[in-house]
Every structure is written in structure tokens, then in C-alpha cells.
Ligand binder design. Structure first.
Ligand SMILES: NC(=O)c1ccc[n+]([C@@H]2O[C@H](COP(=O)([O-])OP(=O)(O)OC[C@H]3O[C@@H](n4cnc5c(N)ncnc54)[C@H](O)[C@@H]3O)[C@@H](O)[C@H]2O)c1
Length: 254
């Protein structure tokens, strides 16, 4: 029960890494607000987790939706301890000039502006509430990517949005450290979620083999791998840790 009495918002909880994080957090004692655009899958995931989870429809690019999600946590549980900014989006793997402006805007809105809006909504709540273990008032765990530090071709605007997510994580960490609001990140390597096909450009055994071959440990990452890292960084065990962006990548960025 490493997250006993913790209240967490997990964005993008309807699928992939976010689903794994929400499930693991609930299993470790947290109350989890599963926030996603996808109402059907989000509500199903929260229902499968059980009473520890609730679903809230939240588009992370909307300030109003962030207010709703944070209010949901405070109304139901009286506080908010953890925000996992996991929702993410990519353009399909293609030459950089072929990505149209609307698609560029969407990538940056979800992957970068979403972090700004999460800070606007959650930091005031963290500041106003009584500190918990070791004086920590709240924790952000941002799911960035190895793409932000070791880019693959065909993903220019996605890669750079994840570099920005890493920059936001480190910058927020240093600005908020004195208030004991921690800001950590995770850089997953390619994982077998619905996004993978877009990273590869097409679904084929050859592409999968090529992606696996680029990972020294010889396998893709899983939702459990990412959830285990998020659990540690969000927990009291990591109370002295801020500003790290931890690779969970089987050695790809070494
Ligand atoms: N799968 C990978 O290979 C990989 C590798 C590194 C990093 N990541 C990052 O991990 C995170 C999770 O990705 P995943 O692979 O689990 O993808 P996924 O597609 O399985 O899940 C993403 C979830 O985010 C939700 N979402 C998208 N836009 C949203 C928005 N505007 N508001 C709220 N929810 C929204 C989707 O509905 C979906 O449920 C993303 O930030 C992604 O960039 C993924």
C-alpha cells in the first residue's frame, strides 16, 4: 500500500500506459480520478478498478476540463496529492514537412499545453493544502519520452514536444522545490499501445522487429514497466527526488 491515502489524477487513463498507472496506483491504495477524452473506455477502466476509481471526462487541452477534474478530486476526497500527466498524442511517422499545421497544433496542445494547464489547475491546490509526508505538498509525474532525448526520424514534432515536456518538468521542479512540490518525469521507450502504430508509420512485423532491435534489452516497454516507475516517483519513497526524467527504456538512451 505504497500510495495509501493518496489522491491521484491520471490523464489518458482509458488506454495504454495510463490504464496501467491507474490500475497500479489503485492497487497500492490510492484513490484515482481517471481522466480522459474517451468516455466509453475511461468509464470502463474506472469501473473495472472498482470503488477506488472514478472517471471524469477531461480534455487536457481545456482549462475548464482541468478545473473540473481537480475539483472532482477535492470535492470527493478533500485534497489532491498526485497528478500524472500521461495523456499524449503523436502525428503519424512521416517527413516533417508533411505534417500539417492542425496536426502540429494538436501534438503541442496535448503534449505541452496540457502541462501548462495542469499546473494552472493543480499548483494552487497543492499550495493551499496541508503538507503530507516530509512536507511534500504535491507531485507531478509527467510521461515524456525517450523521443525527447534520442529522436527517431519521421517524428520531428512529436519528438520536440517531448523535449519540451522534459524542459517543463525540470523547470517546474526548480521553481517549485522550495514549496516542496515535486515534479518528476518518465521517458518510456516504445511500448505496445495503440500509439505504437503511429510511431512506426505502419503495422508490420518488420517495423516491430526494427523497433525492438533499437532497444538493447530486446523488448518493448509495457504498461507495468511505466506504472512501476510512476508508482515509485509518486510515492513517499521518492520524497527527496525532483526534476528527474527517468528513462524506462531497456538501455536505448545509454
Ligand atoms: N507507447 C509508446 O511507445 C510511448 C513511448 C514513449 C512515451 N509515450 C507516451 O506515453 C503516454 C501514453 O501513451 P500510450 O502509448 O499509452 O497511448 P494510448 O494511445 O494508448 O493512450 C493515450 C490516452 O490519452 C488519451 N488522450 C489523448 N488526447 C487526450 C486529451 N486531449 N485529453 C485527454 N486524454 C487524451 C487517449 O484517449 C488515450 O486514452 C503519452 O504521453 C505518450 O506520448 C508512449
Amino acid at each position: 500500500m505504497r500510495l495509501e491515502n493518496k489522491i491521484a489524477i491520471v490523464t489518458g487513463a482509458a488506454s495504454g500506459f495510463g490504464k496501467g498507472i491507474a490500475e497500479r496506483f489503485a492497487a497500492e491504495g490510492a484513490k484515482v480520478i481517471c481522466a480522459d477524452l474517451n468516455e466509453e473506455d475511461g468509464a470502463r477502466v474506472a469501473g473495472e478498478i472498482g470503488p477506488a476509481a472514478t472517471f471524469v471526462r477531461c480534455d487536457v487541452t481545456s482549462a475548464a476540463d482541468w478545473t473540473t477534474a481537480v475539483q472532482e478530486a477535492v470535492d470527493a476526497h478533500g485534497r489532491l496529492d498526485i497528478v500524472v500527466n500521461n495523456a499524449g498524442y503523436t502525428h503519424i511517422n512521416q517527413p516533417m514537412l508533411d505534417v500539417d499545421e492542425a496536426e502540429f497544433d494538436r501534438v503541442y496542445a496535448v503534449n505541452v499545453k496540457g502541462l501548462y494547464l495542469s499546473a494552472q489547475a493543480a499548483v494552487p491546490v497543492f499550495r493551499a493544502q496541508a503538507p503530507a509526508y516530509d512536507g511534500v505538498r504535491g507531485v507531478f509525474v509527467n510521461i515524456a519520452s525517450t523521443a525527447g532525448i534520442r529522436p527517431r526520424p519521421g517524428l520531428v514534432w512529436y519528438n520536440s514536444s517531448k523535449s519540451a515536456a522534459i524542459g517543463v518538468t525540470r523547470s517546474m521542479a526548480i521553481e517549485l522545490a522550495a514549496e516542496r512540490i515535486r515534479v518528476c518525469g518518465i521517458n518510456p521507450v516504445a511500448g505496445d499501445t495503440p500509439l505504437l502504430k503511429r510511431f512506426m508509420g505502419e503495422e508490420s512485423e518488420e517495423k516491430r522487429a526494427a523497433f525492438k532491435a533499437s532497444i538493447p534489452m530486446g523488448r518493448l516497454s509495457t504498461a507495468e514497466d511505466i506504472a512501476n516507475a510512476a508508482l515509485y516517483l509518486a510515492s513517499d519513497e521518492a520524497s527527496m527526488i525532483t526534476g528527474v526524467c527517468m528513462e524506462v527504456d531497456g538501455g536505448r538512451c545509454v
